[in-house]
Design a binder for this molecule. Structure first.
Ligand SMILES: [Fe+2]
Ligand SMILES: [Fe+2]
Length: 271
């Protein structure tokens, strides 16, 4: 295990532990006052991931890889636990056990998918078994395009209905990302024949254009919400949270573009 393992592990944990911490807050805000057991559970997850986040920030690239491997295992367990909690909450909502609570089922499912993604990333890092580049490009895009499509839907549904222009814009993003997601799934089902450099390159280019414009829309929404210039029930931290997830997706797309350019001579036909 090299330094690359330590750096990548810390990057993933620093990003996703903050995300998991914030999910705990959003879930808690959506519970009813009488759901004290659920509120306590959410608060415990908040502290758990706050602790993980501060420890991840204290480690450095020079930390012993064995220490990081154990840390990854511990964080993997925490991600698995919050996933179980989120699925339990989803079950309660879908069986109408929490009437009047304020979290959409799709939002709870969405945050559970993010926990599952985080858990898988940690398992892959510890096994040292990363997917081949062409598979990673398709799988990560299928995952993140759906995440982006969901975000557009959450923004549309949490804006005040009187913010007609913004709701319309959010709905346009929702349609745009649903289309991109279907395109990604088409490329997925055409594997491995679809995994040529020109097709993957074009796929990344096209996705990047839409992610950039969604990222800019989220940034504007965040700034407007922070300045109290628009009517919504969006927590300012949720607006910032979805903005950071779009930024993260852009970093991944850029990384893929660079690897694709570097790998292109050998990568004409994988498998
Ligand atoms: Fe999230
Ligand atoms: Fe998200």
């Amino acid at each position: 295990m090299s330094d690359g393992f330590v750096i990548r592990s810390l990057e993933e944990i620093r990003f996703w532990s903050r995300i998991m911490k914030e999910h705990s807050l959003f879930l808690r805000l959506g519970f009813r006052c009488e759901d004290t057991a659920l509120i306590n559970e959410a608060n415990q997850f908040y502290s758990l991931f706050e602790n993980i986040e501060s420890r991840a920030n204290a480690f450095t690239a020079g930390t012993d890889p064995n220490v990081i491997r154990r840390f990854n295992e511990e964080v993997h367990a925490a991600a698995a636990h919050i996933w179980v909690f989120k699925r339990k909450v989803l079950g309660l909502i879908l069986t109408c056990k929490l009437p009047g609570a304020n979290n959409f089922p799709l939002l709870v499912d969405h945050v559970s998918r993010e926990a599952n993604y985080f858990r898988n990333r940690l398992a892959e890092l510890n096994l040292g078994r990363l997917e081949p580049l062409p598979d990673a490009i398709i799988d990560e895009n299928v995952f993140f395009l759906r995440i982006m499509a969901d975000h557009a839907k959450f923004i549309s549904h949490l804006l005040d209905p009187s913010e007609r222009k913004l709701v319309e814009q959010a709905n346009e993003f929702s349609r745009d990302f649903d289309q991109l997601l279907y395109q990604a799934k088409d490329l997925d089902s055409m594997r491995p024949q679809s995994q040529t450099v020109p097709l993957l390159d074009q796929f990344l280019d096209q996705n990047k254009v839409s992610v950039k414009s969604l990222r800019d829309f989220k940034k504007t929404a965040r700034d407007l919400i922070e300045a109290c210039r628009i009517k919504s029930i969006i927590h300012p931290l949720l607006a910032d949270h979805v903005f950071r997830e779009a930024e993260h997706f852009l970093v991944i797309i850029n990384m893929f573009e660079n690897s694709l350019t570097a790998a292109s001579p050998q990568m004409k036909m994988p498998h």
